[in-house]
Design a protein around this ligand. Structure first.
Ligand SMILES: [Zn+2]
Length: 435
């Protein structure tokens, strides 16, 4: 299949501040989400960002001006991480890495990264690091600043201030193109894709003109973003259909996302076996994720993704096969509750412990994208089977959702009201930006 490389053009930004939103009470519901109410300070900034109305013409040249856009990315520190391994995951170019690591030697905190904490970075699409912020302790912030071609380390005592942030965007070319334009960090964009992953396959279903709004918590010091927190509520209008999610923790401490009516957004089956991320969505091309072939062509769905991209179980299952099959190459077949099964082919390798008889939960990594068997390039061939026959999962009405009831539902409805109200307002501002 012929693939075209579009040239990215930096989006024109239209920002609008809506003081009106500041007047709404946020305190009750924010307290329920674990943010100390006294740390919330009005006014609440909001902005509406619409990407340019004209889609850049796809061109066959390389992305020459990839440096012209940059974005916020946030990376969790894993056990054994060094500044170098972290910079790799953030996508910093090899050429820059050596200089950053050298500068990082001045900081004891950067030499001993604490696993579980996060690092916030501003990077360009071509892998230039503009800024890195690492909260080494509750009140100790380490900043790596770019000064022309050098990097400087700065450490400071900080007091974090939690703020709810509201943003909206409209998709013109890709989800990350739109969230970048709205200055929404990756971690929030990914959380949004994850929350709706039972309802929308972000690799296949996105359309130009889709709109979204998010309300999330973020932590600031002196007006500078230090880290983002949880997505509190979100709206996604996909192909004209509105999906909404509100975060809620019930009195037993179980938490999750619910529709404004109190129905859980957890589904028995995920729409896509590949988590939607900047990398899996092929962000450098700033286009929709290339799905190689639609279902009808060959009774499966092909997801193009780089070799090594994790593949997850779409539902709880028992592994019924993990090995080699002609044509499929390395394949995992999962048996879900009857009559459903799913198959994942052309894998480069299996995840540790994946073999016949093994139980897996929804979302568990079962293997990694590859090009084994009859595959012309790295991609995942995914089949969803009902009673052993391949079916298009898009065409099926799959089970199941659970619903909050009784007292929990009343509590949910009361506490979620301010967040739902915000989504209403953001939806309104979105529409207003069209004229
Ligand atoms: Zn295929």
């Amino acid at each position: 299949m012929k693939r075209m490389q579009p040239v990215y053009r930096p989006p024109v930004r239209h920002r609008r501040w809506l003081p009106l939103l500041a007047a709404l009470p946020l305190f009750g519901v924010m307290a329920a989400f674990g943010i100390a109410p006294d740390t919330i300070t009005d006014p609440v900034p909001t902005q509406v960002v619409v990407e340019p109305v004209t889609l850049p013409e796809p061109q066959t040249t390389d992305v020459a001006d990839a440096d012209s856009f940059d974005f916020w990315t946030e990376e969790r520190i894993l056990r054994g991480d060094t500044l170098a391994t972290l910079l790799d995951r953030i996508g910093v170019s090899a050429e820059e890495k050596a200089r950053i690591v050298a500068a990082g030697r001045q900081s004891a905190a950067l030499q001993r990264l604490a696993s579980g904490r996060t690092v916030l970075a501003r990077v360009t699409a071509s892998g230039r690091l503009l800024l890195l912020r690492y909260l080494a302790g509750e009140d100790r912030l380490v900043t790596l600043n770019r000064v022309e071609e050098r990097f400087e380390v700065e450490e400071a005592q900080v007091t974090l201030e939690a703020r709810p942030i509201m943003r909206s965007g409209e998709i013109r070319s890709s989800l990350f193109g739109a969230t970048d334009a709205a200055d929404i960090p990756d971690s929030i964009a990914s959380q949004m894709a994850e929350i709706f992953s039972g309802e929308i396959d972000f690799h296949r279903d996105l359309r130009r003109g889709d709109r979204f709004s998010v309300v999330y918590e973020a932590f600031y010091h002196n007006g500078n973003l230090v880290k983002t927190g949880r997505l509190l509520s979100a709206e996604f209008v996909n192909q004209g259909k509105t999906h909404r999610a509100v975060y809620f923790r019930d009195s037993n401490g179980r938490d999750g996302y619910f529709t404004p009516q109190g129905q859980s957004l957890k589904r028995a089956f995920l729409k896509s076996p590949i988590p939607f991320s900047r990398i899996s969505s092929g962000f450098t091309s700033a286009r929709f994720h290339p799905v190689l072939q639609q279902w009808r062509a060959h009774r499966g769905i092909d997801y193009a993704a780089p070799t090594g991209t994790p593949v997850r179980a779409v539902a709880d299952a028992v592994v019924s096969f993990a090995g080699w099959q002609n044509g499929y190459g390395n394949i995992v077949i999962l048996e879900h509750h009857k009559p459903y099964s799913s198959a994942y082919a052309h894998l480069s390798r299996f995840a540790a412990g994946i073999k016949k008889g093994r139980r897996v939960s929804q979302g568990d990594i079962i293997g990694y994208v590859g090009a084994t068997g009859l595959a012309t390039g790295p991609h995942l061939h995914y089949e969803f089977r009902v009673a052993g026959v391949q079916r298009d999962p898009q065409s099926l009405n799959l089970p199941i959702a659970f619903t909050l009831d009784g007292r929990e539902r009343s509590r949910f409805l009361a506490e979620s009201r301010p967040l739902v109200k915000r989504l209403d307002l953001l939806a309104g501002t979105n529409l207003a930006s069209f004229d």
